[in-house]
Design a protein around this ligand. Structure first.
Ligand code: 2DT
Length: 212
């Protein structure tokens, strides 16, 4: 019937420290959902392709210096510039798998010492995820995986503070997966949690906004 066309996609967010395996899990999830015939796209923040995204990229590469609050607002603006497209994709039935979102924004900036409530404010009114999955790994174990690039935040001491901020931010709605499990096990757990959320959204769960 016509019911199916009305069902919306799910907004799925993956969060975690650098080297937790988020990015490879996002791509595995994408292909698995595609294979089972779902309309799905994989997004990431920062989206470095926009004008704002290029400023962020140069900041992360240490090619430019910006005030902590200024860069925080740019990360937020980078989400705002994608908000309407995000909403239309979801309403047209496409599920979005998003690698980092507002939680990274708050966790990383508050790890610098900025007030958490101040950090959350510019995110108010962005679309709320239907599901946040946190891939949990200790900062020490993440560092042992090697492959920290040379970007600004890829330092053990800073990642420890980010981990603390994430702990403050997480609530009962987050799903936590042990990111130190074998990659296939993480993938399987993730897929199960995500399928449940996709189903609920298809059944008419309304879209909502941050912060719930
Ligand atoms: P990637 O390595 O995943 O490209 O992230 N960050 C990210 C913030 O500080 N604020 C934000 O709002 C977002 C989305 C996390 C690049 C770095 O940018 C940080 C790591």
């Amino acid at each position: 019937g016509s019911k199916k066309c009305d069902s919306r996609g799910a907004l799925i967010v993956l969060e975690g420290l650098d080297r937790c395996g988020k990015t490879s899990q996002c791509s595995r999830l994408l292909s698995s959902l595609e294979k089972s015939g779902h309309a799905v796209e994989s997004w990431r923040f920062p989206d470095r392709n926009t004008g704002v995204g290029q400023m962020i990229s140069s900041y992360l590469a240490n090619d430019s210096h910006l005030d902590d609050r200024a860069i925080h607002l740019l990360f937020s603006a980078n989400r705002w510039e994608k908000r309407s497209l995000m909403e239309s994709k979801l309403r047209s039935g496409t599920t979005l798998i998003v690698d980092r979102y507002s939680f990274s924004g708050v966790a990383f900036s508050s790890a610098k010492g900025l007030d958490m409530e101040w950090c959350k404010a510019p995110e108010i009114g962005l679309l709320a995820p239907d599901l946040v999955v946190y891939l949990e790994i200790s900062p020490e174990q993440a560092a042992e995986r090697g492959g920290y690039g040379g970007e600004r935040y890829e330092k053990l001491e800073f990642q420890k503070r980010v981990a603390e901020s994430y702990k403050t931010l997480r609530d009962a709605t987050w799903k936590i997966i042990d990111a130190t499990l074998p990659i296939e096990d993480v993938e399987k757990q993730l897929r199960e949690i995500v399928m449940e959320s996709v189903l609920t959204c298809g059944e008419g769960k309304p879209l909502s906004e941050l912060w719930p």
